[in-house]
Write a protein that binds this ligand. Structure first.
Ligand SMILES: Nc1nc2c(ncn2[C@@H]2O[C@H](COP(=O)(O)OP(=O)(O)O)[C@@H](O)[C@H]2O)c(=O)[nH]1
Ligand SMILES: [Mg+2]
Length: 254
């Protein structure tokens, strides 16, 4: 078993042009911050050869591990598989970080995300674009609109009091993840996975803090976000609202 205090899980699908810079920056920042860190890349057999690039990085850097799955199985299950891998294989693990490969999430924020979890101040630290000091870089007007709309809808439907519930740059305590590993729904995609997993953490009593981040445009390649995902997200939130309303109605009648 290898030692790691922090595991950074990065799901990839066609990120051959981005993954090298992302992983190197994570390791550079972690080393400077004196964090004992390992990177787990979960690649869905990307046709652009992402996994070959990661194999090269693993050989060169030593603290990079690759999990290759047979085909595109979705970001939710990629994260869940990455969490399980880290929990099973790393001794002394305290924090698991979720991060995108595309350059949107700057590893410079790793210390500020990891510190509240390491200190026990919170079990979840979310890299947030919507708290003081958080921002979007380089315009991204349409992406911002979708993200703000999604967070507005989620706040109303789920009642979660988090400003950036869809952020995929976050740190969780490994204790929390081991407690709720079997409750995380791997089937859900993108935004739904982020909100659904957050709702699960909160239902397990997790304390959540938001840490400001500046969200950059993706460095290269295409976003995997599709119109269908936006529709699925809206439907998931409405279903959550209906279930929540029915539960509280039932409670008030009994
Ligand atoms: N393993 C895996 N990674 C994925 C999948 N879909 C997206 N990703 C990765 O998840 C991260 C976020 O995806 P991205 O396309 O940037 O979504 P966006 O930021 O919402 O536009 C990136 O690192 C993607 O390569 C998938 O089906 N499987
Ligand atoms: Mg992205």
């Amino acid at each position: 078993m290898r030692r790691a205090e922090v595991a950074v899980v990065i799901p990839t699908y066609n990120e051959a042009g981005n993954i090298g810079a992302t992983v190197r920056r994570v390791i550079d920042v972690a080393t400077r911050a004196d964090l004992e860190c390992r990177v787990v890349v979960v690649d869905d057999n990307s046709p652009d050869g992402t996994s070959e690039v990661v194999r090269g990085l693993a050989e060169e850097l030593g603290c990079v591990e690759l999990l290759v799955r047979p085909r595109r199985l979705g970001i939710g299950s990629a994260y869940v598989d990455g969490f399980r891998y880290a929990l099973e294989r790393f001794r002394g693990l305290k924090v698991v970080v979720e991060m995108d490969a595309d350059g949107s999430h700057d590893a410079a924020y790793l210390p500020s995300l990891v510190t509240p979890v390491l200190s026990g101040a919170a079990e979840v630290a979310i890299g947030s674009r919507y708290v003081g000091g958080g921002s979007w870089e380089g315009g991204q007007a349409f992406r911002q609109l979708i993200s703000r709309g999604a967070n507005f809808l989620t706040r109303i439907c789920t009642g979660l009091r988090v400003r950036d519930a869809t952020s995929g740059f976050r740190a969780m305590s490994s204790d929390l993840l081991s407690r709720c590993a079997t409750s995380l729904r791997a089937s859900s995609k993108g935004y739904v996975f982020q909100v659904e997993s957050l709702a699960t953490y909160v239902s397990f009593g997790a304390r959540v803090v938001e840490v400001p981040i500046s969200f950059k445009p993706r460095s290269s390649g295409k976003s995997k976000l599709r119109v269908r995902d936006v529709v699925v997200f809206a439907a998931w939130n409405l279903e959550f609202l209906i279930r929540r309303t029915l539960t509280s109605l039932r409670r008030s009648l009994t």
